[in-house]
Design a protein around this ligand. Structure first.
Ligand code: DON
Length: 304
């Protein structure tokens, strides 16, 4: 029997001792107000047993982690049609990189770089009558938690400063790979990124990726095959130009966000979420990555 509680308590002790905690993102001004001292970790296992340590119940901006959830929502709605507009290859470039998009005629490398997530947002906009409300309801239903909200201040803060995303959306539009107008798609995209969730809620949302598409209450959202594809994308593209490093150190499919969150999962076994706002040079949570390395090394379990 693995003693998850004692392992995560030790991880929290190590995180408290860490002096180099990375740098809190400030290119979205509202995110810069968060303390780099925060650290939380939460595990939800396949038997719905949970383990919590540190500030695991404090909400934070999930940012790019939302890209997995919009992908899941749109994949469930439109199926494989989606892959005509976004590729499934790692980019080896930062999340907001643009030149590959031009070289490859407006088809983003994958759904987790910003350009790819903007195409997914566009697909949802075309499909849904009230995209923001319906996406929020999807997350609330998935987690069985109606307290989850967008953080409007964060969304508007990014709307004022998200020039690279305006550039990406404009490029996509010029190649005919954006069907709605740039403003409306980015408005939805900035809101999805502003979702505020804690580590517990994130493990609950990602339970479907650990459990063949079925949520904790037994409702089926995705097929086993669709979950295989999303997990493969998390493994190969979830950490942008650090996806190789994450696979090497941690060995789990996962996704990061510039709010300092990471969610990862061991299929059929557990989901884990960490939160530590300080980022490394590649824009991924510094202590979050170290924590997950410690978890998979101490348990001796990873997908490999
Ligand atoms: O579009 C952006 O730049 C942010 N809303 C999300 C970026 C992000 O979280 C990258 N992940 N580590």
């Amino acid at each position: 029997m693995i003693d998850y509680q004692s392992i995560i308590d030790t991880i929290v002790t190590h995180s408290k001792e860490a002096t180099n905690r990375g740098i809190v993102a400030s290119y979205i001004p509202e995110l810069a107000n968060v303390s780099s001292q925060k650290f939380g970790i939460y595990i939800l296992d396949a038997n719905k047993k949970s383990y919590s340590s540190g500030e695991a119940l404090e909400g934070f901006s999930i940012q790019s982690i939302s890209k997995v959830l919009t992908l899941a929502f749109s994949f469930g709605l439109v199926g494989d049609e989606l892959w005509k507009r976004v590729d499934v290859e790692p980019s080896g470039d930062p999340f907001n990189h643009l030149s590959l998009l031009e070289q490859e005629n407006g088809i983003p490398r994958n759904p987790f770089i910003n350009a790819g997530a903007i195409v997914i947002a566009d697909i949802l906009l075309s499909r849904l009558k009230k995209p923001k409300e319906e996406f929020l309801s999807f997350i609330q239903e998935l987690t069985n938690d109606s307290s989850i909200r967008y953080n409007e201040k964060v969304a508007l803060s990014e709307k004022r400063t998200g020039y690279k995303n305006y550039a990406a959306a404009s490029l996509l539009k010029s190649y005919g790979n954006l069907h709605n107008d740039v403003e409306s798609v980015l408005d939805f995209y900035f809101y999805q990124c502003s979702l505020e969730m804690n580590c517990q809620q994130l493990t609950s949302a990602f339970y479907i990726f650990m459990n063949h598409g079925k949520c904790q209450r037994g409702k089926i959202y995705l097929t086993t095959n669709q979950v295989k594809r999303i997990n493969a994308l998390m493994l190969t593209c979830g950490f942008y130009d650090e996806a190789g490093e994450f696979a090497f150190e941690v060995g789990l499919p996962g996704k990061s966000g510039v709010g300092g969150g990471i969610v990862a999962l061991l299929p059929n076994t557990y989901c884990v979420a960490t939160w530590s706002p300080g980022l490394n040079a590649k824009g991924n949570s510094k202590l979050g990555m170290a924590a997950l390395e410690e978890l998979t090394t101490k348990t001796g379990h990873s997908i490999f």
